[in-house]
Design a protein around this ligand. Structure first.
Ligand code: PAN
Ligand code: ZN
Length: 191
């Protein structure tokens, strides 16, 4: 694998391959399988069964070459595959930025949602191609695929924001997003 050690990036063009879900010049790609989402789905028995039964890929994050360094603006494309675990829609792990800073998501393909939680309030933004979801500083965020096709979005975030996954484990996200006959439904975190 190529070495993507942080280094200054010259001004320039980044090509977005909407069909492939990649950015060029290309940086690292991260693949998250069900086994990487331990403790995050409510139905832990279903999660264990699904991990043993093929451990499917849930999402992938393809980054550009812009480093996660102060004052930089890294970009990445996340692709969440369609699916459920114990009735809960496939989703990202979700995180808080330890250095509270805003972030934008631009929907590229498919349908999904942006779940936001600040420890008290919970918000939901329906996402589709052409929609910008805004994440204000201090709001933990998780993305969910609500459709039957891959849901894909571009994220742009401050390079010094950091990613705290423990916050979501400790505080939850306020709601869970379940598959229904009509589409999806938000339910209470412990409901
Ligand atoms: C996004 C997320 C990406 C994957 O680029 O990192 O969608 O989600 P998790 O990081 O929660 O696994 C972002 O919000 N960056 O800050
Ligand atoms: Zn983020």
């Amino acid at each position: 694998m190529a070495d993507f050690a942080p280094q200054p990036v010259d001004p320039g063009r980044v090509d977005v391959d909407v069909g492939a879900g990649t950015l060029r010049p290309e940086g690292p790609t991260l693949v998250r399988r069900l086994s990487d989402l331990e403790g995050l789905f409510r139905d832990q028995d279903a999660w264990r069964r699904d991990v043993e039964d093929g451990d499917r890929v849930v999402y992938q994050v393809s980054s550009s070459r812009v480093p996660e360094e102060p004052r930089e603006l890294p970009q990445s494309i996340t692709t969440i595959l369609p699916g459920t675990c114990g009735g809960e829609l496939y989703m990202t792990k979700g995180h808080q930025h330890p250095d509270p800073q805003g972030e934008i998501y631009l929907g590229l393909a498919g349908t999904g949602g942006l779940l936001l939680h600040d420890g008290k309030r919970t918000e939901w933004v329906d996402m589709a191609a052409g929609v910008v979801g805004y994440i204000p500083p201090g709001w933990a965020h998780r993305s969910v695929n609500t459709g039957n096709e891959p849901y894909r979005f571009l994220a742009v975030y401050p390079g010094s924001a950091g990613h705290d996954y423990g916050w979501v484990v400790e505080h939850g996200m306020g709601s869970r997003v379940m598959r229904t006959d009509a589409g999806h439904r938000l339910v209470a975190w412990d409901g």
